[in-house]
Design a binder for this molecule. Structure first.
Ligand code: SAM
Length: 234
């Protein structure tokens, strides 16, 4: 079984420190806008209800928070957690005047919240960057209410060989795009290697199951370029 490489937390922090101000633009460019479709699908599957509270870990510039609040007509609360202040500041600018969102500069491995507090826990393109995945999943379980739901969107493994070849070839161009737009290619080299080293759909499924979650399942999007894993706290 291929194991998730241990990230160097400091390296990851530096990566996001280097790119945060161009993060949204690069997301659109690199995914050709498809990340918007993936995130919409993600919230659609979450199907959040009004008067609920979501914790979004590795929240970045707030895409998931926005989709969640729109879906429930701003009748609920979201706690955004990210360990990069620059990302959180960009997120804050998008929600000026809204009082149902809070931001916390914190590591996803140790959350400053009490047990059994949230209805939903989401993490989108974040778990791959965190050192200790088991700790993240354990924390998700701890802060969720019984009956609460965990949903994770992450890059995964493409089974179709032709699509995989095309995808791998395309991925090689990302550091060049990075160099052109951000002036740095290293963060995008990191992106490619972190995707390659991350777990397959099935391996990640087993990891979630091991942390006591029930009804664990996953869906592939775009042929497995990304997958959404869903699980519930009993
Ligand atoms: N969720 C957003 C999205 O889908 O667009 C942002 C994803 S971005 C690829 C990954 C985010 O994870 C960055 O904002 C980064 O600062 C954050 N991050 C990395 N390591 C983290 C950690 N240990 N704890 C919390 N956030 C972390």
């Amino acid at each position: 079984m291929k194991t998730h490489h241990k990230n160097n937390g400091r390296l990851v922090s530096k990566v996001f420190q280097d790119v945060f101000d161009k993060y949204d633009l690069m997301n659109d460019l690199m995914s050709l806008g498809v990340h918007r479709f993936w995130k919409k699908n993600f919230i659609h599957w979450l199907n959040p209800q009004k008067n609920t509270t979501l914790i979004d870990v590795a929240s970045g510039t707030g895409d998931i928070a926005r989709l969640y609040l729109n879906k429930i007509n701003y009748k609920g609360h979201v706690y955004c957690v990210d360990n990069n202040k620059g990302m959180l500041n960009l997120s804050k600018k998008k929600f000026v005047g809204k009082d149902n969102i809070k931001w916390f500069c914190n590591n996803g491995e140790n959350l400053p919240f009490k047990n059994n507090y949230f209805d939903y826990y989401t993490i989108s393109f974040g778990i791959r960057n965190i050192d200790n995945i088991n700790k993240v999943i354990k924390e998700a379980y701890r802060v969720l209410k019984p009956g609460g739901r965990f949903l994770c969107l992450e890059f995964s493994k493409v089974k179709n060989e032709i699509l995989n070849k095309f995808y791998k070839t395309y991925s090689k161009s990302l550091p060049l795009i990075g160099k052109f737009i951000v002036g740095k290619s290293e963060p995008y080299e990191y992106l490619i290697s972190s995707i390659e080293k991350f777990h397959s759909q099935e391996e990640f499924f087993q990891k979630i199951k091991k942390q006591n979650f029930v009804n664990v399942s996953y869906r592939n999007l775009s042929g497995g370029i990304v997958a959404i894993h869903s699980a519930w706290k009993a």
